[in-house]
Design a protein around this ligand. Structure first.
Ligand code: BTN
Length: 240
């Protein structure tokens, strides 16, 4: 799709940059990539570690067509695109932890944040933000156990520009497909078939992840035998 790529040295958050640019009616498919973010955002109100020079931090501005309109469906496309790009360039066995993490083994390599909003003129847009730990050698103490980078996994510095372009190219292909690539996503999803713990309205529930639905939601078979659709929130996979 039509695309402009804007390189920024420092920005608060590339998702916030998308919001500002959408208000100025920037075109569909515009991409904002930053060397450093001062207020990188994660899901569920968390921050995203965005040290200069070692990671890839970028967001796309998308004006959704109907078939792709739930943020979860964009998360799904982005997760699959990043997973394919990492596999193509590094041979690392990257997998998707539903809904939005890319992991190698137990460690998180990439997070995705799709936010839907309206412009002042009432046009819906999605800020599809992707953060990939590419060449980081160390993480803050609180992240060290959970996160890794492609450098730490391969022992080699990776080319951020190549990974960026490969991810955009994978995303482009996926976005232009008429059907959601559920089977491809499912094949790379570590969550499926596993016992999970998830939260709803301050309750912690247990169940088995049994299916990814076409809009990216997760179908769970609860321990009480009922099925439930989970669309977002915190999910932990037993054993990962
Ligand atoms: C998560 O796993 O919680 C989602 C992390 C998303 C981080 C990316 S980095 C680029 C874009 N800009 C942000 O502020 N956040 C996303």
């Amino acid at each position: 799709f039509c695309r402009e790529i804007h390189f920024l040295s420092t920005v608060d958050s590339t998702n916030e940059e998308v919001r500002r640019r959408a208000e100025q009616r920037a075109p569909h498919g515009s991409v904002y990539v930053a060397e450093q973010q001062t207020r990188g955002k994660g899901r569920l109100g968390r921050s995203w570690f965005s040290a200069p020079g070692t990671g890839l931090y970028f967001s796309l501005l998308l004006y959704p067509e109907k078939i792709h309109s739930a943020p979860s469906s964009f998360t799904l496309l982005a997760g699959l695109a990043v997973c394919r790009a990492i596999r193509a360039l590094t041979n690392c066995p990257a997998m998707i932890k539903w809904p939005n993490d890319i992991v190698i083994g137990p460690k998180k390599i990439c997070g995705i944040l799709a936010e839907r909003s309206l412009t002042p003129l009432g046009q819906a847009f999605i800020a599809l933000g992707i953060g990939i730990n590419v060449n980081a050698g160390v993480f803050p103490d609180e992240l060290q156990k959970k996160c890794s980078s492609l450098f730490l996994e391969t022992g080699k510095k990776q080319n951020r520009a190549a990974l960026f372009l490969q991810t955009l190219s994978c995303l482009d292909k996926l976005y232009s497909q008429p059907e959601a690539p559920i089977a491809d996503y499912a094949a790379l999803c570590v969550t499926l078939g596993r016992e999970i713990c998830y939260s709803r309205e301050n309750q912690i529930l247990l169940g088995k992840a049994i299916q990814i639905l076409p809009n990216g939601e997760l179908l769970v078979l609860r321990s009480d035998g009922r099925e439930e659709v989970v669309s977002s929130g915190e999910v932990s996979v037993q054993g990962i």
